[in-house]
Design a protein around this ligand. Sequence first.
Ligand code: LRH
Ligand code: MN
Length: 424
Amino acid sequence: MQLEAYKISDHNDKLQEAHQRKLSYWTEEVANAEEVIKKLIDFQIAIPSWALGTGGTRFGRFPGGGEPRSLEEKIEDVGLLHALNQSSGAISLHIPWDIPKDGEAIKNLAASFGLRFDAMNSNTFQDQPNQEHSYKFGSLQHVDRAVRQQAIEHNIDVIRHGVALGSDSLTVWLSDGSCFPGQLNFRKAFERTLESLQEIYAALPDNWKVFVEYKAFEPNFYSMTVGDWGSSLLFANKLGPKAYTLVDLGHHLPNANIEQIVSLLLMEGKLGGFHFNDSKYGDDDLTVGSIRPYQLFLIFNELIEGMDAKGMNHATDLGWMIDASHNVKDPLEDLLQSVEAIQLAYAQALLVDRLALEEARNGNDVVRAQEILQEAYRTDVRPLVAEARRRAGGALNPLTLFRQLNIRQQLIGERGLKTIATGL
Ligand code: LRH
Ligand code: MN
């Protein structure tokens, strides 16, 4: 479904007066308000193609209706999100869940919604129908060369699909590992995985990057071969300059200091990108900023500090992607909330007085340093984020408009109640 521009301008017109009143404080009082608004307009977040339907767990899945039945309908849904918030200008595909039958046609369809293709994701954590070799005991780490070869060829196939769509990066997340002590020779598993990744690396086009995504546990529950930022960095360093680490916020052991990990990976020039979500316990894949919004702010604070230290472009030099699963929320509403939470954390972090913060740190003024950070975090930047959307042609309040237009009902009307989207 296409969202007509007049529906967005009608919505904004009704909210304009209240919005201007809130915004005036900013534009009159805050020196870098304009700079922040411009940065927010440029900051695009990729939407995962596997999170446009209702997610589930081993205990159950409760589809809400109107889910996309094809890649084309998934692109339409991401187009809808982007029309509403003008901050979701990319889609990240997962193969084979979303194989583009006609790459050119899919590329043009996405472009008609103002969308580009972000990182491609391979899948050697599930066995496909009529697959010759099983990944039960791993893929790139497998003791059997034939299984590794099958997984290597799949990744090279995913790169081929990505080239046809204009993508320029591959995310490799491996469920490889072990469930019991004794099951795996950790060193040999690492070496076989490295050898396999080197063959995939050799197939990367010159301008491509490969992101090595780490995860502490699940679906293996004793060891994961790419289990933490250290092992991911080892792989990225041994593979070469086109290889980077990918930080999925839900892939850490409890109480890990993710903002410190981000700072060090940036310092090493080996941070490739993010899978944003939130969690309280494990890889819960919850709405971004719904459980630990302060941690998200602290991560963006380190991102800006580290990216500015290297003169990096905030909008284009890292991969900004969401990776979430929606068990109880409408997938599109959940994604609108996640994009909003990311934009808010980025805007707050842009307000941090970095000179004053360094001065406080150099004086070991711990209280002052915290006050400077929390001054920014406790600032209501919603008018800035809304203004960035308005100037880019989006809705001042995307979620309200999504509901006012009964978009889910319209999608159910078009697609039916029982449609199931491919993905998690
Ligand atoms: C693994 C992961 C990975 C995806 C999958 C859908 O937990 O985060 O990024 O391939 O979710
Ligand atoms: Mn992920």
